[in-house]
Design a binder for this molecule. Sequence first.
Ligand code: FA5
Length: 344
Amino acid sequence: MKEQLQALESEALAKVETASSLQELQGVRVAYLGKKGPITEVLRGMGKLSAEERPVIGELANKVRGNIAAAIDEKKAGIEAEQLEKQLEEEQIDVTLPGRPVAVGGPHLLTSIVEEIEDLFIGLGFEIREGPEVETDYFNFEALNLPKGHPARDMQDSFYITEDLLLRTHTSPVQARTMNAMENKQPVKMICPGKVYRRDTDDATHSHQFTQIEGLYVDKNVRMSDLKGVLDRFAKHMFGEDREIRLRPSFFPFTEPSVEMDISCKMCNGKGCSVCKRTGWIEILGAGMVHPRVLEMAGYDPKVYSGFAFGMGPERIAMLKYGVDDIRHFYTNDLRFLKQYHKA
Ligand code: FA5
């Protein structure tokens, strides 16, 4: 048995010596030191030995096992060191190479425009409000003086989800929601930016999903001249101090009187060109004095309170300000377009 153990030892040590990979080495470990290996086998047969032989063989078997394990560990450390050396040689880093620039993102043009408009109105004392994009028929239409069957509902072709739920067609429902929720019917001064949806056919100036910003100011003695003053400040802030505005009579069921606001064309300074269709003016938003019915439905006494409201499309404003010729550029996320408007 002694000779058998010694033979096993030299056989295993020779295999360790010639092993050239960690995998091969693991094979040797399993073959000689594993549970089914020959040394375990020898130890199992010790019961048959005499009492004098047993400790001698036991000690020897343990020694052989220790020697083989130590040789395997040593060889393993050698192979690992070699591999590391090889890897370091192959993956040399040239610290003198110039670094690769990291691409830095920036806000989307639409986000920047909305934030610019928000900043202006916050400065004028307006709060920012939000409302749901999936809206009830009541807030999208009825609370805005557009009862079921009213022909003016056709002005905004809608995506209905159920008979009473739809994707909001404008941000005006947030007017009604804000006034409705106001405790003790306090004055309201808010703007509401958000996405809106219409069954419009997509083209250079129309999208089925676009952004609007609503404005609402309700208090005692709010007058049309207040609306004009706020809109004039807005136009000059966004398009330059030399811009003029004009208000044209229009129709919205939720405002009376209703107007559309034009700004003098920047391209031709009001003389008339292809951008302004030879009129010298470009339309940018709808507005008016909140209809007494709308105030009443939201719980405000129209004999005491009055208000103005407006609604604009930031895409169209950005298009005018930056000369963008197609609204679809805002949604297709072509970085070549978007990067032009990243502020440094
Ligand atoms: C309205 O939506 C009214 N709620 C605005 C309003 C609010 C009037 C408060 C009075 C008081 P209108 O449908 O005109 O109005 O839309 C307002 C703006 O949204 C337009 O001036 C335009 O800039 C933008 N807009 C309308 N339809 C589209 C579209 N399909 N794609 C992109 N922008 C659009």
